[in-house]
Design a protein around this ligand. Structure first.
Ligand code: SF4
Length: 377
């Protein structure tokens, strides 16, 4: 579906590449989380799938979507790729909608890009799409303007627009971050149902590692334009191998952890003015040694679930992490911080959520409540 292989992106005026040797894969029907602080390269990586990179950038490596080299597309082929193969949902739905145009106009324009040019058919399809994403009274909604709808309703409209062309790959860039937790859970439930029904692959970009661990099949953690670690969500949450991953888990609170101590990662996220002769995380890493200052990051393969003790599921694969102390680097948030992760809230949807589980802290107490794979309404 999406295959990014050794992608490096350099800009003339920056001290370091925006992306360095980034590799990741999204398979049909799979949700892959892309996690990291602001400026880590998450959105740039996702936009590469749209063939949308900063002007003046020089790339090496490959970005293939269903076997097509997205970075080589130009003109009409590139427009068709963006309109029909890959769709992106951003954090702020209001930014995607023209405030003086009706919801129906937004959708019929998206449908026209996807080849539905008959006005009556497009109108009928717009109503169908709003019904698919669970918006009540869709025939009335197409006549409304954005200011008449709530944030959650607008995000459903934007998702309906993204689905207009039945894309093979959906890029969700902090798509639920601006929503209240109940609406967030409903949108997550909707996206997962649509993914299951259509076998759509999804790259789920978030700064929230707990949410990614609860919602995604696999998680890729990025730092300073590099992949620090990737593993199955289950293994990553139970036994994070990179000190940065452990830092992210330690500094994000979760409901239910009444006694948890939040430990911010010291220092600041790197900017494009910072260059690194060695490991980019060295200045903030609690486990850094002098050798780290000159060590060039290289990915170390991880055995499937070797540390978590989890046998994994069908098709699960071992991950990789870029730390020179591997395999010695202490595994698991419990050993890093002295406290195990507790419940991770992805509140139930209005459609009736059930509890799923991503289990396995060192103490065996971690559990993640996820929305049920169910209807969109
Ligand atoms: S290589 Fe060194 S500085 Fe970098 S993450 Fe590993 S221990 Fe920390």
């Amino acid at each position: 579906m999406l295959d990014i292989d050794g992608l490096t992106l350099e800009l003339p005026a920056t001290a370091r590449p925006l992306l360095s040797d980034v590799s990741l894969r999204v398979r049909m029907g799979e949700v892959v989380g892309l996690v990291g602080e602001s400026g880590s390269g998450k959105s740039t990586t996702a936009k590469a799938a749209l063939g949308m990179l900063p002007e003046g950038g020089v790339t090496t490596g490959a970005v293939r979507v269903e076997g097509t080299d997205a970075l080589a597309l130009r003109g009409e082929k590139l427009r068709a790729h963006r309109a029909r193969t890959v769709a992106m949902v951003h954090q702020d739905p209001r930014a995607a909608l023209n405030p003086v145009r009706r919801v129906g106009d937004f959708l019929t324009e998206r449908l026209a890009l996807a080849g539905v040019t008959d006005r009556r058919a497009a109108r009928a399809r717009a109503v169908e799409l709003l019904d698919t994403v669970g918006l009540p009274d869709p025939a009335r909604r197409v006549r409304q303007h954005p200011h008449e709808l709530s944030g959650g309703m607008l995000q459903r409209v934007v998702i309906a627009g993204a689905l207009a062309a039945e894309p093979r790959l959906l890029l969700a860039d902090e798509a639920t971050s601006a929503l209240d937790v109940t609406t967030q859970a409903e949108i997550l439930d909707l996206l997962r149902t649509l993914r299951a029904e259509r076998e759509t692959g999804m790259l789920f970009i978030t700064h929230d590692l707990h949410l990614a661990a609860a919602y995604c099949d696999r998680v890729v953690v990025m730092y300073a334009g590099r992949v620090a670690e990737h593993q199955s969500a289950r293994a990553l949450f139970a036994a994070p191998r990179h000190p940065y991953t452990r830092g992210l888990l330690d500094c994000s609170p979760a409901l239910g952890e009444e006694d948890a101590v939040i430990r911010p990662i010291p220092g600041r996220p790197p900017s494009l003015a910072d260059s690194f002769p060695g490991c980019p995380f060295a200045a903030r890493c609690p486990e850094a040694e002098p050798e780290c200052e000159t060590w060039t990051p290289v990915a170390t393969p991880l055995e499937p679930d070797a540390v978590s003790g989890d046998e994994g599921g069908p098709g699960e694969e071992g991950g990789e992490a870029s730390c020179r102390r591997l395999p010695e680097s202490a595994p698991g948030p419990a050993s890093a911080s002295g406290s195990a992760p507790a419940s991770v809230p992805v509140p139930g949807s209005a459609s009736g959520a059930v509890s799923g589980a991503v289990s396995g802290s060192a103490s065996g107490s971690a559990s993640v409540t996820v929305p049920a794979e169910g209807s969109t309404r």
